[in-house]
Structures are given as C-alpha cells and as structure tokens.
Design a protein around this ligand. Sequence first.
Ligand code: FES
Length: 191
Amino acid sequence: MSNQSLEATVEPADVQSWIDAIGREPSAAVPLLQAIQGAYGYLPRKAMDLVIANTDVNASQLYGVATFYAQFRLKPVGRHLIKVCHGTACHVLGADRLNTSLNHILGITDEEEDTAANGSYTVEDVACIGCCSLAPVMLIGEEAFPNLSGADAQRSLKKHARKVKEVLPGHEEMQNEAKAKKAAKVQEVRA
Ligand code: FES
C-alpha cells in the first residue's frame, strides 16, 4: 500500500526550468534527479515522466540512476526523517529492535512502506553514521539519540513529536476525543 495522500504536486514549469538550467544530455541525469529530490524530498513519478519526455535521458537510464544511488528515493517522505543506523556496531547491538519499535508506534505494518500514514515520520535504514561508541543510535533530523533500546526509541520519538508539535498516528483520534469531552463539559457547566 502506498501513501498516495503524501504525493507531491509537481509543476511542469519547475521541472522544465531545471532541465533548461542543467541540460538535456544523459550526463544531466544525476543533477536533474538531485534538483527534483531537493524540491520534493523524493522523485515523484510525474517529474520523472517530464524528464524522460523532455530530455535525451530515457526511462531505463533515469530509473537506473535513481535506483543505483542510495541518496534518491522514489516514495514520498514524511515531514520528519528518522535514520536508524545499521552499521556493524549498531546492527550487532540491536538496530533491528529500533525499527520494530518505531514501526509499531508509527503504525507502519507494510514491509514495503517506511512512512507513517499521516505523513509525520519516515524511518530509513542508513549505513554507519560515525558514532559507533553510541550504538545503537538513530537520528531524528540532525539530533542523535544514543544507546537505545526499543522502548528508548519510542520514548525519544514521542519526545521529539512533542517538541516539534507533531502528531503521531492514532493520536489524532485521541486528541479529538479529548477535545469533544472538554467541549461537552463546558456545555454541561453552561446548561
Ligand atoms: S555502526 Fe552505527 S554509528 Fe557506526
């Protein structure tokens, strides 16, 4: 299942302006993909189609480059990116447990999916991020969370969500219920 609601709106004029600035030849594939991903956070299908239609880069070249480099992603990304380190030290000390705990709290049950359905967080596996003495470690944005158990990862995520005023999946209903109860109480007092 894909998070279709997270798909970006692509303006053809924007893609054309990048093509005009960067070039049409096959060697332009990487910088064009970088421009697209820089704008949308991933490579939307519509933008890819526009590049294929308006340059000398064919579909197999473009998708070949997009899938070869780890920096590119073909699926929408959440408002916040969690990078779980899967370098050797983190892997040995339980990086998989972090993924399981994070996916659980974010309601990500589909193995093909890495983004919460409400678009809040994306969980991405990355290679060693260079602080192995802190393993297992994850980054949320630029902030590092060290020496994590699965429960620690969930606590850190909740703390981050509070800090940036992000709503975790499933919590929207809880918040709405709380608001409805509060409104009902106010009504009661007034009556
Ligand atoms: S293996 Fe995770 S920081 Fe190096």
